[in-house]
Every structure is written in C-alpha cells, then in structure tokens.
Design a protein around this ligand. Sequence first.
Ligand code: MN
Length: 227
Amino acid sequence: MPDHVIPAAPVPTIPTADGGAFPVRRVYCIGRNFAAHAVEMGHDPDREPPFFFQKTPDSLDPSGQFPYPPKTSDVHHEVELLVALKSGGTDIPVDTALDHVWGYGISLDMTRRDLQGEAKKLGRPWEIGKSFERSGPVGPLHPVTQVGHPSEGRIALTVNGETRQEGDLNQMIWKVPEMIAYLSEYFTLAPGDVIMAGTPAGVGPVARGDVMEAEIAGLGTLTVTVV
Ligand code: MN
C-alpha cells in the first residue's frame, strides 16, 4: 500500500467504564423515536418507518465540555441512549440483533435547531444543524456483560438542576433490535458503529455556563458544561 501523503487522522474512541477505549467507525442517529418528542416537533407520532442521519465519528466528545458552536443562537440538548456495536452485517434479523451490541452509554445529540429548521424548510440535508464539531458529548460505555440490554427505565436531562427532558426507554417507538435490523437493510453495519437511539420530549436551548446532567437508568449520569 502506498504511504500516506499526510498524517492519518486518529480513530475517534469512546472511553469504556472498565478503562478501555471503544474505537468508533460510524455514528447513526434516529429521528423522532419518542412519540411525545415527535409531537413537540410538529409531527404525527404514529409508527412511520424510522429515519436516520449520521454525525461524523470525530464529533463525539467525552471531555465533559461542550463549546457553544458558531453560526447559531439556538442550540438544543437531546439526551439519547447510545448503542455500541461489536459486530455487524447486512439484513440482520430482529431476533438476533442484540447479539451485535457491545454495550451502552449516555450521549447528547446537540443540535443547532435554527440551522436544522432552515434545512428542513428548504428540503436540505441536516448536517449543518446536527453534525458539527463536538456535537456529540458522550459518557463512558458500559459492556452488556455488566448492564445487560436496557429496554426500560428513566431517561432524563436537567439543566442547572432543573428537569428539562424526562421519559422512559420503554417509550421508544423503534426498539434497539428493530433499529439495528432496519439499518442493516440499508447499510453494512460493522464493529465500531454506534447508534444514538432518539430523544424524549423536552428538548430546549442551552447557554454558555449551563451545566447539563443526563441520566439513563442503569448507566449512571453524564455531566456536560456549555463553555
Ligand atoms: Mn436526536
């Protein structure tokens, strides 16, 4: 193989609770996966087929700090379950889909809502609103061997101690095995792929200095300061 002509970028990783590092290949994010959030965004909560967008892997950030991004005045928090895959494939059946999961964590799908809104109105892609520098704060990943497969329990986010988002994992319209199966019909899933599993109702803006604390039952908490 020819030599690289510039230095290769490092592989982004997410720390694991037991001191390891999970190398990330792709980041898939599902839209409108909680009925109450679909309604608050002006959509029908019926079980229409899921849809996905991607963030770039290097936008994941375990630092605990979220720098307020440029070109926006309306950055929203979205707390989400993060699903990390240890294996993949195509056309994965729902009933074996969980065999591909390495573990779970807490993530934030930070969103430049004003730019996403413009993109929606113009029928343009969402990247400018969703996939920007450090737009994916993440907490440590917990292996399935320790936490199992969380399918119910509280998912919530506070800002400066005030509850903003609250829901239960059992309210997800598309469950984790269904998301994996569906994605694998359209993409070849592989080790290192992660899925942000959608956010409950209550999304809203943050400002510099705000402290966000995200919580998912069984996975602890994730604290992120807006800087
Ligand atoms: Mn989201």
